[in-house]
Design a protein around this ligand. Structure first.
Ligand code: ADP
Ligand code: CDP
Length: 206
């Protein structure tokens, strides 16, 4: 069984995916971490994120390994764990540049299609481009203000700046962020995490 949870930045995708996967007893997979991993490598190796050929060369030289773990996904590059370096301001600013290239997206999607068995997968285009055959699909949204409030609880940053950055990333990610026609849309603005998880599980089990 494959369950896809797509949605805009900070709408709750990874938190919901982790909880739903635990309830179903299956792994969860965070596709955004592969894009974040490429962005991290770009920054480290001083590669231009707008140069698709250079990005493809980079992932050939430093292949990234996405490891689904119950407590959270990990990204490794050879023997190096990059997981702790993926949610920085710099990576947030770079990642949408990396994610706009079709051949780089094909490379990411190929990694994701290697995942076997049942799983919950979250991102932007999991229910559309990558797993159109999924058994259940969800698309999470929330107002930019609410999403910014949730982010500042995790990181000590200015709420206005966080909201502006989220809106900008939504714009840059718009091309790959359309909900699947058969996805259940959930506006999480006025829902608790428990409510969202309960809604998703109810629909999956129906
Ligand atoms: N419905 C919700 N109500 C309250 N807080 C939530 C809700 N959904 C997510 N959160 C919190 O918002 C933050 C961002 O959620 P996260 O799962 O990281 O979003 P995404 O994966 O979409 O970026 C997390 O701290 C999470 O606990
Ligand atoms: N399936 C996906 C997942 C992420 N992404 C890109 O990767 C970035 C980071 O995704 P993420 O899911 O880790 O980010 P948040 O939504 O958690 O902020 C997004 O802003 C997109 O640019 C994508 O294009 N397609």
């Amino acid at each position: 069984m494959i369950v896809t949870i797509d949605g805009v930045a900070a709408s709750g995708k990874s938190s919901v995916a982790a909880r739903v996967a635990r309830e179903l007893g299956v792994p969860f997979v965070s596709s955004g971490l592969l894009y974040r991993g490429v962005a991290r490598l770009c920054l480290r190796e001083h590669v231009n994120p707008d140069d698709e050929d250079a990005l493809l060369d980079l992932v050939r030289r430093c292949p990234l390994d996405l490891r689904p773990r119950e407590q959270g996904n990990e990204i490794w590059c050879g023997h190096q764990d990059l997981t702790g370096e993926l949610h920085t301001h710099e990576v947030d600013e770079t990642v949408s540049h990396v994610a706009k290239h079709p051949r780089l997206r094909d490379w990411v999607n190929e990694q994701l299609r290697h995942v076997q068995g049942s799983f919950v997968v979250e991102g932007r285009d999991m229910g559309t481009a990558v797993f159109p055959q999924a058994n259940a699909k969800f698309y999470l949204t929330a107002s930019p203000r609410v999403r910014a409030q949730r982010r500042v609880q995790e990181r000590d940053e200015d709420i206005g700046e966080v909201e502006a950055a989220l809106r900008l990333r939504d714009e840059k990610d718009a091309a790959q962020s359309a909900p699947a026609r058969d996805a259940v849309l959930i506006d999480t603005s006025n829902l608790s995490l428990d409510d969202v998880v309960a809604n998703v599980l109810r629909a999956v089990r129906a």
